[in-house]
Design a protein around this ligand. Structure first.
Ligand SMILES: C[S@@+](CC[C@H](N)C(=O)[O-])C[C@H]1O[C@@H](n2cnc3c(N)ncnc32)[C@H](O)[C@@H]1O
Length: 270
């Protein structure tokens, strides 16, 4: 009940502004969508770069920005496009940005991207039903730095790593996550019912910042920088280790493991 009240308050524009001021006063970095170019200009020069989810409403703008900032090679990836605006900008700038049509969580897309030094991914994570798989895919293509911005939900006091799955919530349940008052005119699957035909257009997960950070760590990233907003987070991460990967044993080892498990008597129906 108190949590619903907290979320509702943060959706009121002047209370949201107050929250931002309070977080800034506390010494936290307070983020905004408008600061994304700053992070790209800081990390792209002299490095190879990929923008994952480059198209909707921005027509590859961040990929072109990375190229302008001095990135050595730039790939722009999306499940649709390229738009005419993207093609026009590419021609006008004599740009070498390479568009890759593909779903990042598919092996063939990963193979076409290969590895790049810096990965930028904004506005995509909450649109994927399996955010861990998307983060692992980001890790696979990332040699050094991940700049990730995603929608989040406020932290649940006393329940770290909490998250909300949006599909199938009823109208009252969805209403809590409707951010119209903060200027988001349409959130597929929240403004209306979950739309299977919209695929990744739907909003799937409301991750709390602690859950986001735990997922990033499990996927092999260290979070070096975070900029908080009441309903979004931007993180700059370093690729530090392999993503969690449940190693499948070969058939012989699988049998030996099975014998050991049976002999130990450890396995009981849970
Ligand atoms: C909300 S838009 C964000 C656009 C831009 N990055 C920004 O921050 O303004 C999400 C974009 O990601 C793309 N997208 C969603 N899921 C994807 C996936 N699995 N692989 C590649 N692109 C994806 C969508 O088609 C869309 O263009």
């Amino acid at each position: 009940m108190l949590y619903r009240w907290k979320v509702r308050s943060l959706k009121v524009p002047h209370l949201n502004r107050l929250w931002r001021r309070w977080r800034g006063w506390r010494g936290d970095v307070v983020g905004s969508y408008d600061r994304l170019p700053e992070y790209i200009r800081r990390h792209a020069p002299g490095r190879s770069f990929a923008d994952i989810g480059c198209m909707w409403g921005v027509n590859g703008e961040y990929a072109f920005l990375a190229e302008e900032a001095g990135a050595t090679a730039v790939k722009a990836v999306d499940v649709f496009g390229p738009t005419p605006e993207f093609e026009a900008t590419r021609a006008a700038r004599r740009s070498k940005v390479q568009f890759v049509l593909g779903d990042l969580t598919r092996a063939e897309t990963l193979a076409r991207i290969g590895q790049v030094d810096v990965v930028f991914c904004a506005g995509v994570l909450y649109h994927h039903p399996s955010p861990f798989d998307l983060l692992v895919a980001l890790r696979q293509i990332c040699r050094e730095t991940l700049i990730l911005r995603t929608s989040t939900i406020p932290e649940v006091r006393g329940l770290p790593n909490a998250a909300v799955y949006f599909p199938m919530l009823d109208a009252r349940g969805r209403e809590l996550w409707n951010l119209k008052s903060l200027g988001l005119l349409h959130q597929a699957g929240i403004s209306n019912e979950f739309q299977p035909s919209e695929g990744y257009g739907n909003w799937f997960w409301g991750l709390t910042p602690s859950c986001l950070e735990s997922l990033l760590k499990t996927a092999g990233f260290r979070v070096d920088f975070r900029a908080a907003e009441a309903f979004a987070h931007t993180c700059v991460c370093t690729a530090v280790g392999p993503a969690l990967n449940h190693a499948l044993p070969d058939e012989l080892s699988a049998r030996q493991l099975a014998e050991q498990i049976s002999a130990s008597g450890l396995a009981r129906p849970a």
